[in-house]
Ligand binder design. Structure first.
Ligand code: GLY
Ligand code: MN
Ligand code: MN
Length: 515
């Protein structure tokens, strides 16, 4: 078993709430006379995403012939004392196994090179065999069953067996106890590559194995380009840039659940305006649905009313929601497979935009439309942002807010328009809300768009209440319009098109939800 190097064992933590009996009679009695437990429906059934995960493993592994590739799921993260956060596996682990939801703390996916990699490469066969090392459910004749609050079934419910996980993923499953030997085998000859950020304990183990095999831990300061682990993280991130059919299907589910959440929020606006912390009412009504229909939210909800909308990531959500103000709602449901949506609308709390609110909102939607027109195969990712910026700069010029012409502002030396939109227009979207974050610039910002890429288009304009560079009527108005876009062979599909965007359409949609 791996030693949890960064964790204080549970047994050593203070427990002032109870003392477990230590008598032999208790211990013996606790391990006896238990019948079988019915598995939850679906346990042991092959996952819907198992085949597409297998194809992703095959593609990624071929980039590293002969190397041992190590992808930890990660550890349970401590919230306080003996209370952990709900478990969410590292996204690369989920991507390569198809395991989402709460699977599986401490598990490690190892892609082990086959004996004759050259032959496998030549024949187009698998260059690696996948093995999943995990901590299976302990049997009931062990104290773990009743005494381990992290892993014991008495505490956390039924846990999967090795056979069940193998059946679900199509990957051979072994006990975590076998991991050290598996990593150490021929470690002098085999290049080990680890997704280091996922689990510090596994990182410690891999470092030990490397030292024992005569390969000292790599020194990033001395040689940044040859870091075998960074290269794997980069490749795992880049492997997610193009989504397959299964993934697009999951993203569609996430978007649909998110749109349902926006509708719930509109229905809850009367309660929100009646409460001193109306933003919390908004957050709670969105997140109730997210948790009921999916795994939860893909990031903390931004429920920003009035001037809070000018704070880009306002997540305190503790302010009032006043009639006459705008409400910026930036929210996304993460479904059980862990794919998330990321959608924003800025709506009038009263149901009608004021003239200046409408002017700003429509400008942002115009910018989004320009970006959308640039989102097609062959164009570069950065072209999408540039197209949105032309519209933003031109509107600001029209309104007399720019200190220079729009053309001057749009030069590299200018950029004055960015005072009111400091963020980018787009980011990839998938298992992480900011997906593929470690991909190289050439494959992200500078990349040509390809069918299967999914990203946001989210221009905005933010006039802070204390912004003396704009007339008072603009101050305190913040707008963002964010949709989730799939690049197709023919161009692009707005996955969130079912949610209205234009001011009039949004007003009609709100009216229909608040009869
Ligand atoms: N919700 C975070 C973002 O839009 O990027
Ligand atoms: Mn976003
Ligand atoms: Mn967002």
């Amino acid at each position: 078993m791996i030693e949890r190097v960064d964790e204080q064992p549970l047994a050593e933590r203070n427990d002032n709430r109870s003392r477990r009996p230590q008598s032999q009679a208790f211990k013996k009695f606790m391990t006896q006379s238990w019948g079988d437990v019915e598995p939850e429906p679906g346990t042991g059934a092959r996952l819907a995403g198992a085949d597409s995960a297998a194809a992703r493993r095959r593609r990624l592994a071929r980039e590293f012939p002969g190397d041992r590739l190590i992808f930890p799921a990660g550890q349970l993260a401590r919230r306080s004392n003996d209370i952990d956060y709900r478990f969410r596996p590292h996204s690369a682990f989920a991507h390569l196994t198809g395991l989402g939801l709460d699977h599986e703390p401490d598990a490690v996916l190892v892609l082990e090179p086959v004996e004759d990699t050259e032959a496998a490469l030549g024949a187009g066969e698998d260059t690696h065999e996948a093995v999943l090392y995990m901590r299976p459910a302990a049997t009931r004749d062990t104290p773990e069953f009743y005494s381990d609050a992290r892993y014991g079934e008495f505490w956390v419910g039924r846990r999967p067996s090795l056979a069940e996980i193998a059946a679900q993923t199509g990957v051979r499953a072994e006990h975590l106890d076998q991991l050290r030997d598996a990593l150490a085998k021929d470690a002098g000859q085999v290049q080990l590559r680890l997704l280091r950020e996922a689990d510090q304990a596994v990182a410690g183990l891999v470092d030990q194995v490397r030292v024992e095999a005569g390969a000292p831990p790599w020194d990033p300061a001395a040689d940044p380009d040859r870091d075998p682990d960074a290269k794997l993280a980069e490749a795992a991130s880049e492997a997610r840039l193009v989504k397959d059919t299964y993934e697009v299907g999951q993203l569609r589910l996430a978007v649909a659940a998110t749109i349902a959440g926006f509708e719930r929020v509109v229905r809850a606006l009367p309660q929100a305006t009646a409460h001193r912390r109306g933003e919390r009412v908004v957050e709670a009504s969105f997140e109730t649905g997210a948790r009921v229909e999916g795994n939860g939210v893909g990031y903390d909800t931004i429920a920003a009313a009035g001037p809070h909308a000018t704070t880009l990531h306002w997540m305190k959500n503790n302010g009032p929601v006043r009639p006459g103000d705008l409400l910026l709602l930036d929210a996304g449901v993460e479904v059980d497979s862990l794919y998330t949506a990321d959608i924003t609308r800025t709506i009038p709390v009263s149901g009608r935009y004021s003239p200046v609110q409408r002017r700003v909102w429509e400008a942002v939607v115009d910018a989004a439309d320009a970006a959308f027109a640039a989102a097609r195969p062959g164009n570069r990712f950065r072209d999408v942002h540039d197209a949105a910026m032309v519209v933003i700069a031109e509107r600001l010029e029209e309104w007399g807010l720019l200190p220079v012409t729009a053309a001057e502002a749009l030069t590299a030396e200018g950029q004055q328009h960015r005072r009111w939109m400091v963020h980018g227009t787009s980011h990839h979207l998938g298992l992480d809300v900011h997906d593929c974050a470690q991909a190289r610039e050439a494959l992200y910002m500078d990349a040509q768009l390809e069918p299967g890429m999914v990203f946001t288009i989210e221009p905005g304009l933010y006039f802070k209440p204390e912004d003396l560079a704009v007339p008072p009527e603009y101050r305190g108005i913040g707008c963002r319009c964010e949709d989730d876009i799939l690049i197709t062979a023919a161009g692009a599909e707005n996955l969130s098109a079912a949610l209205p965007r234009r001011a009039e359409a949004l007003e009609a949609w709100m009216a229909a939800l608040q009869p």
